[in-house]
Design a protein around this ligand. Structure first.
Ligand code: SF4
Ligand code: SF4
Length: 477
């Protein structure tokens, strides 16, 4: 068997087989805070489909009806401009957040971390007999114990899959489907079943490999971070050269000047660093890396190594913070530098893009109405004085109720307007329709170049009105 000449991935043995990680648990200050944040986020995920804003859930991604609702605003497939600006907004928000806080999202907010660390690993620890401590299983999970563990996973994954599905179909439809047999709603059942199986596969087998080999966010770190971005960092100036055992007497506490301690300046003369080489920071790492080797894309900034190392430092009587949230420049004593090119330019871009988003959003009406010319002749003569234009009115019902629209000509007075398909003016919620219209007018009202600007008024039943000016064409005079 060929063995890799060097270590490739923390979840792989050198022969390519899977290396299962059993991280120890360090219940430090940051872990307790992360747990609160994780539980709040999980509660929001579960409760959101049950809430209602204007008769709709705060988030509803109705793929079948091709409409997406966010906080009371419904977006339709015609909103491509808004979608494009919205994506830019998300992109620049991520870039700015990463420049400032590094991978805070990965360690504190990502569903992978939240569910893996605060839901599925505790289940594992319960069955493996390591509850509250983590580490290698105390007992082998085989037979009935293994089946029981899988059953718990299945129930949890089914619950999460149903909640996930509620974001696409709404909680009413989901409740209805739960109470009826699967063959009455096969597509929805299939989506739920596939989601459950994928979740089971992920949380049982794939696990932390999502962060290590699948998630693109980690791969972009090298371009999104700079030396002043906050990361989880090991203070090698203070920690090296590392040496096992207690410091007796504790030279680094006693000898290091206050200034050196404050600025983390390396003491070139010291022969022993603060790292007692206990390997606790490695043992607690859920991605199986050694943070002392520097910034690595596998590090999801979960801060478990900070909690573990602080605990060790306290026990050996050394100052905490050997591993801490800091920047690479901060570790080298060059200061934090919150104000820098990317933290000034990104917010400015965000302001512009955010303003543009609000401007376009503010221009949205209860309905969209667009007038276009029908293909064929620009106009036809009717008798000696009358001219006819054939137009098309495209309507999109954005209001929350079914509507019947009316259209009338305000100017010029001689314009007569007829809708060829009046039934096309009846639109259900979110529906789009194109209605043919003929407009007859007296040729004498046109300018010398043969056109006249007509003012048309379109209204819905809720009292919303839009006035459109459209150029009608006639013969040259
Ligand atoms: S936990 Fe701290 S002291 Fe222990 S090996 Fe890691 S960095 Fe060194
Ligand atoms: S190195 Fe530390 S912060 Fe990074 S993933 Fe491992 S334990 Fe978490």
């Amino acid at each position: 068997m060929l063995a890799s000449p060097e270590h490739v991935l923390s979840t792989l043995e050198s022969d390519g087989s899977r290396r299962w990680l059993y991280p120890l648990l360090s219940k430090g200050k940051l872990w307790k805070r992360r747990r609160v944040v994780g539980f709040v986020l999980a509660a929001i995920f579960i409760l959101l489909p049950h809430l209602s804003i204007g008769g709709k859930p705060p988030i509803l991604l109705d793929v079948a009806a091709r409409e997406f609702t966010f906080l009371g605003t419904t977006f339709l497939p015609t909103d491509t401009l808004l979608l494009a600006i919205g994506m830019l907004l998300v992109f620049f928000s991520i870039v700015l957040a990463t420049a400032l806080g590094g991978r805070l999202w990965c360690g504190w907010g990502c569903p992978q971390t939240v569910y893996m660390e605060f839901l599925f690993r505790p289940i594992d620890r319960f069955f493996e007999g390591t509850t509250g401590k983590g580490g290698k299983p105390k007992r082998e999970v085989t037979g009935a114990l293994r089946v029981a563990r899988w059953l718990v996973y299945l129930v949890v994954c089914m619950f999460l899959a149903h909640t996930f599905l509620a974001y696409f179909v709404g909680i009413e439809a989901l409740s209805r489907w739960i109470q009826t047999p699967p063959w009455e709603h096969p597509t929805a059942f299939l989506v739920m079943a596939v989601t459950t199986v994928l979740m089971l596969y992920h949380f049982l087998f794939f696990r932390e490999q999502l962060c290590l080999i699948a998630c693109p966010y980690g791969r972009f770190q090298s371009v999104m971070l700079d030396r002043k971005s906050m990361i989880v960092a090991y203070d090698y100036n203070r920690g090296e050269p590392r040496k096992k055992g207690r410091r007796d007497p504790l030279p680094n506490v006693v000898d290091r000047s206050a200034d050196q301690q404050k600025n983390n300046v390396a003491d070139q003369t010291k022969t022993i660093g603060d790292c007692v080489d206990c390997n606790r920071c490695v043992a607690v790492c859920p991605t199986g890396i050694d943070i002392r080797q520097g910034l690595q894309l596998e590090c999801v900034n979960c801060a478990q190594c900070i909690d573990a190392c602080d605990d060790v430092m306290e026990k050996v009587g050394l100052p905490k913070g050997l591993i801490r949230y800091d920047s690479q420049d901060g570790i080298d004593g060059k200061g934090q530098g919150l104000l820098r090119a990317r933290t000034v330019i990104y917010p400015m871009i965000l302001l512009v893009v955010g303003g543009l988003f609000l401007y376009v959003l503010g221009g949205k009406y209860a309905f969209d109405a667009q007038m276009t010319r029908a293909p064929g002749n620009p106009f036809t003569r009717i008798g000696s004085t009358e001219v006819r234009n054939t137009l098309r009115l495209r309507l999109v019902n954005r209001s929350g109720v079914d509507q019947v629209y009316t259209i009338k000509a305000l100017e010029p007075a001689s314009v007569k307007l007829e809708v060829l398909d009046p039934a096309g003016l009846e639109l259900k919620v979110g529906e789009t329709a194109t209605v043919p219209i003929v407009v007859d007018f007296n040729a004498r009202v046109t300018s010398q170049s043969g056109h006249v600007d007509a003012v048309l008024e379109i209204s819905d039943q809720s009292g919303n009105t839009q006035t459109k000016t459209y150029r009608l064409l006639g013969p040259l005079r």
